[in-house]
Write a protein that binds this ligand. Structure first.
Ligand code: HDE
Length: 753
C-alpha cells in the first residue's frame, strides 16, 4: 500500500463504500490522505462549498438537502423488507412444495419482487433520451430588477438552486456520448416563485422555424424505421434527404458539422436558450432577451477520429467526466449572460428575432453577464433524478415571458404533454426532483399516483366554505405580457423567414482555418454515408449558397463536380448587418487556461525511472491534473530503484483517446518492454494524431522514434523532450502544452484530401 498510485478523483464528503480497499487512495507523499489538512485545502466538497464559491449557500439552496431528504433511503445497517415493510427472512430461495417440488403461487415475496422488476422501465424521452445531470445553484451578480421581476435576479448574490441535465438528441438511452449531435442544456431553477425551466441547447439556433416540422425532423434523423439503423447518427439518407429539402436548416447544419457537435466535455460547452424570450419588470415593461451560458473552462472539442474511437473505449465518456469532476470537488461553472434588446431594435435587423434559425450577432447586441451557475452535487440516484426530471418550456415564472416564436409555441405544448405518457400521468410535478420549493396549492385533484393529501371538502373556486382560498394572487401572480395583436388568422411565415443562407455564411466565415477544415470534413463524412446520389447532389447545391469554397471542398472529397446553386426562396435578401463574428469560433472562449481535471496518461512497465516520475507526478497533480499510470496490464510494477507503482489502467482497458496528454517516462528496461507491445504504438500514434501534448523523458524518447515521430521537427507543437534530471524545468512548459488542449497543426487529416 505504499506504492505510487494514480490520483483518483476523491471527495471527502462521501464515505468509502464497503469493499473499497484503501489501496485505491493516494498514499502519503504522493497526494494526500482523506483526513489530512492538505486535502481540505485543495479539494472542494459539497459541505465545504465556500472554499471555491464565496458565501455559503442559504439553507435549502440545494433542493436535495431539504425537501428531498423526505424521500431519501439509506439501507445501511437495516434489514431487507418487502414493499410493505415486512422483514424478509430468505432472499435466495422461492417458496416450494418440497425442495424439488413446484414453486407456490402463494409466494408473495417472490411475486412482489418479480412484478416490480417487470415494470422497472419507463419509456425513454422521444428525443434527448440519453443524458446526465447534476445539482447546483445559480448566483446573481447583481439585481436585474430594471428589466425583470424574476426571482433569481432579485438581488446581488442571491442563490437559486438548480438541477441541470445535459443530453444528446438522436441516440437512444443506451447510446454513446460522443456522437456527432446537438447537446441539450436544460436548467431547472427552483425559485421562490415556482420552477423556471430554461430548456436550451449547446447551439444557439435550430433546424426548423415552425413546430409543425418537428416530428418530421425527428423522424428523419432517428434510426430509419425499416431496419432501425443507424443509432445516434445523422449520417444517413433520411436525415440528409429532409434537410436538403429544408433550406432553413442550413445554418444549423453548419453548427452540427462544426466541432461544437463533438464537445470534449459537458463542462466545456456553451448553452443557449435559442428562442427570443421576454423579460418583464415590476411595472409590466418588457424587453426581448436571449440567454447564453458560457463555461468557465472554455469551449473545447474532440476531433472526429477521436470521438469515433472514444465511443468504443468509453460510451459514457461525458457522463463519467461530469460525474468524476463533481465527485472530486472540481465543480463546473458557467456564466449566464443575456442579450437585451427592444422590439424597435429588432425591427431594424435583417432577420426576424422570432426565427429560431437565426442568432443575434454579439456585434449587434452585446452580452450582459448576469450571474453564474455552479454544479456541486451529483444525483444520489440516476433514475429518480436524472431520468424522472421533467423539463418543460411552459415552466416560466413572473418576470419571464415568451415571444411569438412559432417553434417555441409548439414546445410550450409538447413538454408537458410528453411527460404525461413518459412519467405516467398528470402528477409528474409531484415526483420529488420535479416538485417546486415554492408551496403548491390549487384545486387540481386526483389522477394516477397522486401524492398530495389535500385537506377539506373544497376543490373549487369561487367558494365560501374555504373562505375563498386558495385565492387569486392578482398583481403578485404571473401576468402574461399584454402584447397587442390584430392580425388575420393565417398559416404562413413573415417575409424575413425566407432568407436561409446569410447566417450560415456568417458562421462559416467566422471560423478559423482548422475549424473550416473540420466542417468540410464533417460534411464529406456524413454525405459519404448517404447512398442516394441525388441527395448528396442536392445538399451540395445548397452549400454553394453558403460558400463556394466549402461546397467545392466537399464536392472534391466526394469525387463529385460542383452543381449549380440551389434556387433561393428570396430573390433579393436584405443585406446582413454583420458578416463576420469572431465570437462564433470555438477559439473565442479559451476559458481558464489551466490543466485542472485534465487526464494525463503515463505509460509504465517494470524498470521505469522513479525519481523523475515522482517529480512530474507532483508538479502535475499540484496543477490539478488527474494522473493515470497505464501499463500493459493493471496492477503493481517495480521501478529500476525498486519502488512499487500501481497501474490503475491498462492500454487494453483504457486506450489513449481517453487521455488529454501522454508521458513516456525514462527507464531502459521499461522502454524495451513497452516497445515490444503493439498497444504502445497505437497509444502513441493516436495521441500524436489527435494533436495532444506528449512529453518523452530520457529513454522514453526511443518510443517516439519507434513510431516514426520526429520530435525535433515538431518540438513547437506540444511534443516535449527532457532528460530525467531536467523534468522539473520542463514541467511548466508541459503544463502549458496540455493547457493548450490540442496542437491542431499536427492534425493528420486537416484538409479534405
Ligand atoms: Fe425539445 N423536446 N423540442 N428542443 N428538448 C424534448 O421533452 C420539442 C427544441 C430540448 O434533459 C422532449 O421531456 C419540440 C429546441 C432539450 O429532459 C419533447 C420542439 C430546443 C430536451 C421535446 C423542440 C430543445 C428536449 C422530449 C420544436 C433548444 C431535453 C422529452 C417545436 C432550445 C430535456 C421531453 C431533458 C426534450 C419537444 C425543439 C431542447 C418531445 C416539439 C429548439 C434540452 O417534449
Amino acid at each position: 500500500s505504499d506504492a505510487l498510485v494514480a490520483a483518483m478523483p476523491y471527495n471527502s464528503n462521501k464515505k468509502l463504500e464497503h469493499g473499497h480497499d484503501n489501496a485505491v487512495l493516494p498514499p502519503d507523499g504522493i497526494t494526500v490522505k482523506p483526513d489530512s489538512a492538505a486535502l481540505t485545502a485543495s479539494t472542494h466538497t459539497e459541505q465545504d462549498g465556500t472554499t471555491k464559491t464565496g458565501a455559503a449557500a442559504r439553507p435549502g439552496s440545494n433542493p436535495a438537502n431539504g425537501p428531498l431528504d423526505r424521500v431519501r433511503v439509506d439501507a445501511s445497517e437495516q434489514p431487507l423488507t418487502t414493499n410493505q415493510g415486512v422483514p424478509v427472512a430468505d432472499n435466495q430461495n422461492s417458496l416450494k412444495a418440497g425442495l424439488r417440488g413446484p414453486t407456490l403461487l402463494e409466494d408473495f415475496i417472490l411475486r412482489e419482487k418479480i412484478t416490480h422488476f417487470d415494470h422497472e422501465r419507463i419509456p425513454e424521452r422521444v428525443v434527448h433520451a440519453r443524458g446526465s445531470a447534476a445539482h447546483g445553484y445559480f448566483e446573481a451578480y447583481k439585481a436585474l430588477t430594471r428589466y425583470t421581476r424574476a426571482a433569481p435576479f432579485a438581488e446581488k448574490g442571491k442563490r437559486t438552486p438548480v438541477f441541470v441535465r445535459f443530453s444528446t438528441v438522436a441516440g437512444e438511452r443506451g447510446s454513446k456520448d460522443t456522437a456527432r449531435d446537438v447537446r441539450g442544456f436544460a436548467v431547472k431553477f427552483y425559485t421562490d416563485e415556482g420552477n423556471w425551466d430554461l430548456v436550451g441547447n449547446n447551439m444557439p439556433v435550430f433546424f426548423i422555424q415552425d413546430a409543425m416540422k418537428f416530428p418530421d425532423l425527428v423522424h428523419a434523423v432517428k434510426p430509419e424505421p425499416h431496419h432501425g439503423m443507424p443509432q445516434a447518427a445523422s449520417a444517413h439518407d433520411t436525415f440528409w434527404d429532409f434537410v436538403s429539402l429544408m433550406p432553413e436548416s442550413t445554418h444549423m447544419l453548419m453548427w452540427l458539422m462544426s466541432d461544437r457537435a463533438i464537445p470534449r466535455s459537458y463542462r466545456m460547452m456553451q448553452g443557449f436558450g435559442v428562442h427570443t424570450f421576454r423579460l418583464v419588470n415590476q411595472q409590466g415593461e418588457a424587453v426581448f432577451c436571449k440567454f447564453h451560458w458560457k463555461p468557465l473552462l472554455g469551449t473545447h472539442s474532440l476531433v472526429w477520429d477521436e470521438a469515433v474511437k472514444i465511443s468504443g473505449a468509453d460510451p459514457d465518456f461525458h457522463r463519467r467526466d461530469l460525474w468524476e469532476a463533481i465527485e472530486s470537488g472540481e465543480f463546473p461553472e458557467w456564466e449566464l449572460a443575456v442579450q437585451i434588446f427592444t422590439e424597435e431594435q429588432a425591427e431594424g435587423f435583417s432577420f426576424d428575432v422570432l426565427d429560431s434559425t437565426k442568432l443575434i450577432p454579439e456585434e449587434l447586441v452585446p452580452l450582459t453577464p448576469v450571474g453564474r451557475m455552479v454544479l456541486n452535487r451529483n444525483p444520489d440516484n440516476f433514475f429518480a433524478e436524472t431520468e424522472q426530471v421533467a423539463f418543460c418550456t411552459a415552466h416560466i415564472i413572473p418576470g419571464i415571458d415568451f415571444s411569438n416564436d412559432p417553434l417555441l409555441a409548439g414546445r410550450i405544448h409538447s413538454y408537458v404533454d410528453t411527460q404525461i405518457s413518459r412519467l405516467g400521468g398528470p402528477n409528474f410535478h409531484e415526483i420529488p426532483i420535479n416538485s417546486p420549493l415554492a408551496q403548491v396549492q390549487n384545486n387540481q385533484r386526483d389522477g394516477m399516483h397522486r401524492q398530495a393529501i389535500n385537506r377539506g371538502r373544497v376543490a373549487y373556486e369561487p367558494n365560501s366554505l374555504a373562505g375563498g382560498c386558495p385565492f387569486q394572487a392578482g398583481s403578485a401572480g404571473f401576468i402574461s405580457f399584454p402584447e397587442a395583436v390584430r392580425e388575420d388568422k393565417v398559416r404562413g411565415k413573415p417575409e424575413k423567414f425566407a432568407e436561409h443562407y446569410a447566417q450560415a455564411t456568417l458562421f462559416y466565415n467566422s471560423q478559423t482555418a482548422i475549424e473550416k477544415a473540420h466542417i468540410a470534413a464533417a460534411f464529406r463524412f456524413e454525405l459519404s454515408k448517404v447512398e442516394v446520389p441525388a441527395i448528396r447532389q442536392r445538399m451540395l447545391s445548397s452549400l454553394v449558397n453558403v460558400s463556394q469554397e466549402l461546397a467545392a471542398e466537399v464536392a472534391t472529397g466526394l469525387g463529385m463536380t460542383l452543381p449549380q446553386a440551389m434556387p433561393k426562396a428570396i430573390a433579393e435578401p436584405p443585406p446582413p448587418q454583420v458578416t463576420e463574428s469572431p465570437a462564433l469560433s470555438l477559439k473565442a472562449l479559451p476559458g481558464e487556461c489551466g490543466i485542472r481535471t485534465r487526464q494525463i496518461a503515463v505509460l509504465i512497465d517494470n524498470g521505469v525511472h522513479y525519481p523523475s516520475l515522482l517529480s512530474l507526478y507532483k508538479a502535475l497533480t499540484d496543477a490539478g491534473a488527474v494522473m493515470h499510470f497505464v501499463g500493459p496490464r493493471v496492477g503493481t510494477f517495480v521501478s529500476s530503484s525498486n519502488e512499487q507503482i500501481l497501474a490503475n489502467k491498462s492500454m487494453e482497458n483504457s486506450p489513449s483517446v481517453l487521455f488529454d496528454a501522454l508521458i513516456l517516462p525514462d527507464g531502459n528496461d521499461a522502454v524495451q518492454t513497452l516497445a515490444g507491445c503493439m498497444d504502445t504504438t497505437d497509444f502513441i500514434n493516436n495521441q500524436f494524431r489527435h494533436g495532444k501534448a506528449i512529453l518523452a523523458v530520457g529513454a522514453g524518447r526511443q518510443l517516439l522514434k519507434m513510431v516514426g515521430i520526429d520530435a525535433d521537427s515538431t518540438k513547437a507543437n506540444g511534443i516535449l523532450l527532457a532528460d530525467s534530471s531536467k523534468v522539473e524545468e520542463i514541467a511548466s512548459t508541459f503544463i502549458k502544452a496540455v493547457a493548450a488542449h490540442r496542437h491542431p497543426s499536427r492534425d493528420a487529416k486537416p484538409a479534405t484530401t
